[in-house]
Design a protein around this ligand. Structure first.
Ligand code: A3P
Length: 317
């Protein structure tokens, strides 16, 4: 079978392109920027649109890169699978030995490689994706599958992406980006699956149209009130905490298991199968780190774009 990179080669050659953050170029497809010849790519998006069949019981989590994907993967995996590991007080939990990216599969990878570890074919299928709502495989929307969307303050996404991209560029011996270059790319909307604002807006719209199917969350809310938001999330996923569980402290256990402190310790060494170091997904895990990176002028420019594009959404970052 031809690789998806060969299948879509001619189609991709016609797309507008710009310099990329991690891969050499980004391509504009259906209004959003994508990498090419990568797991998270325009080819995997096209292949999913052409071949992926959702099931009505599937649950999808959607984020932009650096919006807290790793944290949300850990939480959703831990919530949905919690009864499997409870007897031994979570001591054999996969999140104590493996990166959350190995526990909850990225949809884009499904068309590039075989079933990942820890996925039980008999339980609810959980997938993560960065694909914008307008490019999601149609069957996900047709089935009304549950979707959890998490966004994060754009200025913190920019800072986090800048550090992540340079870590991988260093790893691949590529030239490093300056913060000014990163700022310019981001503010023009150029990031993987960006423009940032259009991605957020698209999912926010469907969350208003279908609140029973789409749960909209921010990294900031999850940071400030982790316990309550984890309980809301569990309920939305169809795995609400029982009174007994709450009394036994199960919510706290899951929050602790998925905390930055715990996961960054577990993932100090080793690489993901894609060759990305496990520790690349853990930097500071704080809100408002942008204050240490952006000039006043940069901050004002991004605030103005956010105000113009997202003013009617009432999101508090
Ligand atoms: P910072 O670079 O600001 O520290 P993603 O998972 O989407 O790639 O996002 C990575 C960001 O989430 C990084 O932000 C990382 O430190 C933070 N992060 C990773 N695990 C986290 C956790 N368990 N709790 C809070 N933040 C976490």
């Amino acid at each position: 079978m031809a690789s998806i990179f060969e299948t879509y080669k001619d189609k991709i050659a016609t797309l507008p392109k710009e310099r990329g953050w991690i891969t050499k170029d980004h391509y504009m497809y259906q209004g959003f920027w994508h990498q090419s010849r990568h797991v998270i790519s325009v080819e995997s998006t096209m292949a999913l649109q052409d071949t992926f069949k959702a099931r009505p019981t599937d649950i999808y989590m959607v984020t932009l890169p650096k919006a807290g994907t790793t944290w949300l993967k850990a939480l959703m995996f831990a919530l949905v699978n919690r009864t499997r590991y409870k007897n031994d007080g979570l001591s054999t939990h996969p999140l104590l030995v493996s990166n959350p990216h190995n526990c909850l599969p990225q949809l884009e990878m499904e068309v590039v490689r075989n079933t990942p570890s820890y996925v039980d074919p008999h339980s609810t299928r959980l997938f993560s994706t960065h694909i914008p709502v307008t490019s999601l495989p149609q069957s996900i929307l047709d089935h009304g599958c549950r979707i959890v969307y998490m966004c994060r303050n754009p200025k913190d996404v920019l800072v986090s992406l800048f550090h992540f991209a340079n870590k991988l560029r260093r790893h691949n011996s590529s030239d490093l980006l300056t913060f000014e270059e990163a700022f310019k790319m981001f503010s023009k909307g150029m990031m993987v699956n960006g423009p940032y604002w259009d991605h957020v807006k698209g999912y926010h719209k469907v969350s208003l149209e279908h609140p029973e199917n789409v749960f909209f969350l921010t990294y900031e809310d999850l940071t400030v009130d982790t316990m309550n938001n984890v309980k809301r999330l569990a309920k939305f996923l169809g795995y609400p905490f029982t009174k007994e569980e709450e009394a036994e402290g199960v919510v706290q256990e899951i929050v602790r298991l998925c905390s930055f402190e715990n996961l960054s310790e577990v993932n100090k060494h080793g690489d993901l199968r894609e060759g990305i170091p496990n520790d690349a997904f853990f930097r500071k895990g704080k809100i408002r780190d942008w204050t240490n990176h952006l000039t006043d002028e940069m901050s004002t420019i991004l605030d103005e774009i956010t105000k113009e594009k997202l003013h009617d959404l009432n999101i508090s970052f």
